[in-house]
Design a protein around this ligand. Structure first.
Ligand code: UP6
Length: 249
């Protein structure tokens, strides 16, 4: 079947964050997310401003910053508005709903105040995020990621069931490399895939890389996430976008 355009899928999105993201991708013609894995606020703001025009989503890990502050989040939001991208704090929560709510709203980071999207492992089951509110833009991170840190090795099929399947119905945005249900394309769900560089390969710690075309055309995902390979943001953006035309369903 012909691949639906991102904009056509916006009406099928499972929540407000998903709809906003699909509309934004269509309008900006970008299915690139950059993983801003830097350790100071200054680097993060500089990077966000530099890649902002190219991306639909900036993915953050604010708990690796040595100098996190509320001021940073205010500045980051201003850059997000300026360049029109969404902020995805890749927090990968993994606890019961009451605890996840406290971690999401409180603590030093107050993620709810400044991020558009965050995510949770499905290890404790779908209930862990169902209590956090529909507007939250919660994404499900497949439980197999936690078991094997999403890198090498095969996923036991039993781990693909349970939480993932149920929670995706409610939350609609997924960060994963290898969940089986990605192939059963439901146009209301958004699949974001990390581990992307210009050529296949890996790092010294087990990370495995695919190319944008492999992720978007062959594996039918929606958004590539590029971290350490971001030096060539323009190349990744055009390659991922053009790969829609070469879809091999
Ligand atoms: N990430 C993965 N694999 C997963 C889930 N998340 O790599 O299964 C995240 C990492 C990092 C980014 O936490 O922020 O995606 C990948 O960065 P890289 O391109 O520099 O390897």
């Amino acid at each position: 079947p012909k691949r639906l355009a991102y904009g056509e899928r916006a009406v099928l999105a499972q929540n407000a964050a998903g709809k906003k993201l699909l509309d934004l991708m269509e309008q900006k013609k970008s299915n690139l997310s950059v993983a801003a894995d830097v350790t100071t606020s200054e680097e993060l703001l500089k990077l966000a401003d530099a890649v902002g025009p190219e991306i639909c989503v900036l993915k953050t890990h604010v708990d690796v910053l040595s100098d996190f502050s509320e001021e940073l989040t205010v500045k980051l939001r201003a850059i997000a508005e300026k360049h029109d991208f969404m902020i995805f704090e890749d927090r990968k929560f993994a606890d019961i709903s009451n605890t996840v709510s406290m971690q999401y709203e409180g603590g030093p980071f107050k993620i709810v105040d400044w991020s558009d999207i965050t995510n949770a492992h499905m290890v404790p089951g779908p209930g862990s995020i169902d209590g956090t509110g529909e507007g939250a833009g919660f994404a499900a991170t497949c439980r197999d990621e936690l078991q094997r840190n999403s890198s090498t090795g095969r996923v036991p099929s039993s781990s693909r069931k349970n939480g993932c399947g149920q929670s995706r119905l409610r939350h609609g945005i997924h960060l994963h490399k290898s969940c089986a249900w990605a192939q059963a394309a439901n146009p209301g769900f958004i699949h974001m895939t990390p581990g992307v560089q210009t050529s296949a390969g890996g790092d010294d710690l087990g990370q495995q890389y695919s190319t944008p075309e492999n992720v978007i055309a062959d594996r039918q995902r929606d958004i590539i996430i590029v971290g350490r390979g971001i030096m060539h943001a323009g190349w990744y953006r055009s390659n991922a976008w053009e790969s829609q035309k070469n879809s091999k369903p």
